[in-house]
Design a protein. Structure first.
Length: 437
């Protein structure tokens, strides 16, 4: 090669190198604008201190808290993960699209298999669904025909604004009457009288806590036996479902929570027969009140609403020989009916999905009956393909993202141009990919 040609080649290579090393114009990072000052936090939602919400969502809305990244794995590892857990087989119906509950669960009441869940072990205030644990603990030890005369002391510490059935001091009530008041009208007055008959509030709380531990309902911390708002009092959708299943195995519990209406003793005047008045169950899926249609096959169990808990409900229904249990805690949408509507939607889904899903967990047996490792049925499915759907019903998809390197050689010069990893799709946080196959 002539000296002239050699010089021309070297000059061409020298001119080409800066072009190859220069990043494309669209990849040059721009200087971000200064961040906007943070908006002032909204004022707290007014709380009248009565422990009872109005169900209308008054007050300026606040951002909903996120569930814990890690929760209890009792019943199976999937149940301890945040987000929706479900294993859909071919032909299975999709989960309802309108679910807004912070936590919910669908379980087979007979086998204990958990068909689907959403933040199942999130510890949240339970409201009057705590009365399920109260009844499951005390029912066996109080003869239903025992009669008790109510004292002022027994009624003195009933929380202001509590739901009441109408128990009066210096009047006599049978244990049967009082349980009707607990289950149908969620009467805190009846709870306090029954607690007194059990040895007092403090003893009753200890008994309930011990029973929760026996049931392996370890998310539950009892402060007040009636579910009245109290700091530190929590349970979970998983625990409430576990407790309901235990209660429904007791005939009296099953009969009380399945009673639509009953007569309750009223005033007792001297020299005349006692008056009675009718009480109706506050379970709207049973009575059809509030503009709802009674749910076909509904058999219980308990609802609750307080300022801290919002609306909470555990429902049981039977169809074609199958029993399902659904718990929904604190829906984010509209009025008192939303907790019932979402429960009904999940019951419908559960009956339609029976035999078409693999369980994501189980309702564990009580400690005294537990002969297998906790969560064993669920663990057999941990490594199967899973469809994980959000509360809006959209299927989550794991994105496999790999960065690559492009090598360019010109005139003995190596230039690497790396691609940035793609971000997860909108609507999914970093945990979604970990939950998906």
């Amino acid at each position: 090669m002539s000296a002239k040609k050699t010089a021309l080649a070297v000059l061409s290579a020298a001119l080409l190198v800066p072009v190859l090393l220069t990043a494309p114009a669209h990849a040059v990072p721009r200087t971000p604008p200064p961040p906007a000052p943070p908006a002032p936090p909204p004022p707290p939602t007014p709380d009248n201190g009565k422990g009872k919400g109005n169900g209308k969502g008054k007050g300026r809305p606040q951002q909903a808290p996120a569930p814990p990244v890690s929760m209890s794995s009792i019943g199976g590892a999937r149940l301890g993960q945040p987000g929706t857990q479900v294993n859909l087989l071919p032909g299975a119906p999709a989960l309802p699209e309108s679910l807004t509950g912070r936590s919910w669960i669908v379980a087979d009441g007979d086998s204990g298999e958990v068909l689907a869940s959403h933040n199942a072990h999130w510890k949240l205030p339970p409201a009057s669904t705590m009365k399920m644990l109260f009844a499951d603990t005390l029912l066996p030890g109080l003869p239903k025909d025992e009669v008790h005369k109510v004292t002022w002391e027994e009624m003195s510490d009933v929380g202001e604004g509590s739901s009441l059935v109408g128990v009066k001091e210096d009047h006599e009530y049978s244990v049967h009457d009082l349980w009707l008041g607990v289950f149908l009208r969620s009467g805190n007055d009846a709870v306090h009288v029954l607690s007194a008959m059990n040895g007092g509030i403090e003893k009753t709380v200890k008994d309930m806590q011990a029973h929760a531990e026996e049931l392996q309902a370890l998310d539950t911390h009892v402060v007040s036996p009636d579910g009245y708002d109290a700091p530190g009092q929590v349970s979970s959708a998983y625990d409430l479902t576990l407790i309901a299943r235990s209660g429904l195995r007791k005939q009296d519990f099953k009969e009380y929570c399945g009673t639509v209406s009953a007569k309750f003793p009223g005033m007792q005047g001297s020299g005349k027969e006692r008056d009675y008045f009718e009480i109706q169950n506050t379970n709207r899926l049973m009575t059809g009140s509030g503009g709802l249609t009674p749910y076909k096959g509904i058999s219980g169990v308990k609802n609750g609403t307080t300022t801290m808990a919002g609306s909470t409900f555990t429902g049981s229904a039977q169809r074609d020989g199958k029993t399902l249990l659904v718990t929904v805690m604190n829906p984010g949408a509209g009025g008192l009916n939303s907790v019932y509507e979402e429960t009904a939607d999940l019951l419908d889904w559960g009956f339609a999905a029976s035999g078409k899903v693999k369980p994501v967990g189980e309702l564990v047996p009580p400690k005294s009956e537990d002969t297998a490792s906790v969560g064993s049925p669920a663990q057999s499915h941990e490594h199967t393909s899973a469809s994980v759907q959000g509360a809006g019903g959209g299927a989550g998809t794991a994105l496999g993202i790999a960065g690559g390197a492009l090598a360019v050689v010109a005139g003995g010069v190596l230039v690497a141009n790396r691609r940035r990893p793609r971000r997860p799709r909108d609507g999914h946080d970093s945990d979604d990919a970990e939950l998906l196959p």
